[in-house]
Design a protein around this ligand. Structure first.
Ligand code: DGY
Length: 307
């Protein structure tokens, strides 16, 4: 806020704006730049009447903004890459471990006063060491997840839309991870972790057919975007034992959950907190403010997502 106020007048709405209020504010011609959250949608309709120079998104993901429509109208779109990579990869590992070892069930068991002593078969889970981790997507967060998973003794393979990444570009991961086809990653993973951006091409990438093709012992992990998974199909797959569990930080219709999801014991459910550490949120705020000030003062922002 200090950086923004030094650069000009800042208007902060009392409540998150409704879609209609956002559309009107953008069309009013009174604002040069909008600092947006991932819950603010800048679709074709809004952008068609928008009289703004830019949208500075307080997130690395920018699926809430139609970038092609913004670009056509000369509206800049900024984001906050890099600073949340480690925190989000940490959370992916947390979901893998928590889901494998039934952490939520175990915690509830103790709190309910049901722990009456060590028993050989109490709350048995799955091994992480030696298990196969399949990564969908192989950008910054997927690679940071791979590094952590290797430390836990996992066998890591990845699928990337653009095909294998040249070994020379893999740094410390060279020779330790391998590219596989989507079908192979789906069929052979014990944990399938999603790290693709949401786009028309990745919407429902994990659908009923994908879930059927996974191992019945496998867990799905999603720290990317909810609509990458058909959540209704996921609930069915978890209910019928087509897969063993799911660790989710994001949902198809946030903040709503698909019917039945919250009742399933074989899930670890978090409220979209992948980047939620104090220092990461401060660094995101800094990048977001720098982008906004650059847009407002006619400079090119450091993190621009328009092509
Ligand atoms: C992002 O940045 O895209 C996350 O989902 C929120 O930090």
């Amino acid at each position: 806020m200090r950086l923004l106020r030094e650069a000009g007048e800042v208007v902060v709405p009392a409540h998150p704006p409704s879609a209609e209020q956002l559309l009107q504010a953008c069309a009013s011609g009174r604002h040069d730049v909008v600092v947006a959250q991932l819950t603010d949608h800048f679709d074709e309709e809004l952008l068609a009447t928008a009289r703004i120079r830019g949208v500075s998104n307080y997130a690395v993901g920018h699926d809430n903004v139609s970038v092609p429509a913004a670009t056509r109208r000369g509206i800049l779109v900024g984001n906050t890459p890099g600073v949340l990579t480690d925190a989000t990869a940490d959370l992916a590992l947390l979901l893998i471990l928590a889901t494998a070892r039934r952490c939520v069930e175990a915690d509830a068991f103790v709190r309910a006063g049901r722990f009456d002593g060590w028993r050989p078969e109490l709350l048995l889970g799955a091994d992480v060491s030696g298990a196969t981790l399949g990564l969908a997507g192989f950008g910054r967060i997927a690679r940071a997840t791979a590094e952590r998973a290797l430390g836990f003794g996992m066998d890591v393979r990845y699928w990337a839309r653009r095909g294998p990444v040249p070994e020379a570009e893999l740094g410390a991961l060279a020779g330790r991870v391998r590219h596989a086809s989507w079908d192979e990653v789906v069929r052979e993973s014990d944990f399938l972790s999603l790290h693709v951006p949401l786009s028309p091409g990745t919407h429902h990438l994990v659908d009923a057919a994908t879930l059927r093709a996974m191992k019945p012992t496998a867990c799905l992990i999603n720290t990317a975007r909810g609509p990458v998974v058909d959540e209704h199909a996921l609930v069915e797959a978890l209910r019928t034992g087509e897969i063993a569990g799911a660790g989710l930080d994001v949902y198809e219709r946030e903040p709503a959950l698909a019917d039945g999801l919250a009742e399933l014991p074989n899930t670890t459910l978090l409220p979209h907190v992948g980047s939620a550490t104090r220092s990461v949120r401060a660094r995101m705020a800094r990048l977001c403010a720098d982008n906004a000030v650059a847009m407002a003062t006619g400079r090119r922002p450091a993190h621009l997502v328009n092509p």
